[in-house]
Design a protein around this ligand. Sequence first.
Ligand code: 5RP
Length: 224
Amino acid sequence: MNLKEQVGYKAVEFVKDGMIVGLGTGSTVFYFIHAIAEKIKKGLNVKLVSTSLQSIELAKSLGLHVEDLENVSKIDLTVDGVDEIDKNFNAIKGGGAALFREKIVADISKHIVWIYDESKDVEQLGAFNLPVEILPFGHTHTIRKLACLGLNPILRYKDGKVLVTDNGNYIVDLNLNVGFDVYEVKEKLSTVVGVVEHGLFLNMCKHCIKGTKDGAIIIENNTI
Ligand code: 5RP
């Protein structure tokens, strides 16, 4: 089992009968979706919602039904990945361009579990560029404003074209210094018209499952 597979399968231990479960996005959550599909086939009774079209497609390909987010009144548990995480449970997410849906699903989830391999564990955030979702309308101006604030935005492309998110928006990746002040950057972003959401997820998870060569380690966040 590779480390992503290890934590994806470990996370399913948090899933209980009757729950509404949020499916995150990415190559680590890929294994969680496979793991939950196996449990559902063996009789586990849960409702699923998703943070991306990619995860909906994967779940459907495994024979699972995914509820529209508008049709649920709560989410009991969400399992998602991270791009970087520090000791204070602050994370950068959005490498897979799903940060807006990941943020709204996280915001309404009672319990969040992040799963990742040990390479994501960092002393300080910032080696990974911070993804920010912006509206296409006026994006040249939004990007200029971000640049004026010293945030070094880079418009994200995929296959030679500007990447378009599941919400029809664009992503810019902010090239910040390692150890940047997460609260200062969050505050600056709140002043920019055209920013839909950013990939700073600060102290939101109750549990982390870190994949290491010696096995999966569950870390509890006692501050929330
Ligand atoms: C997608 C995300 C992912 O959770 C994050 O990029 C981690 O992905 P992976 O497990 O493939 O490394 O935030 O927007």
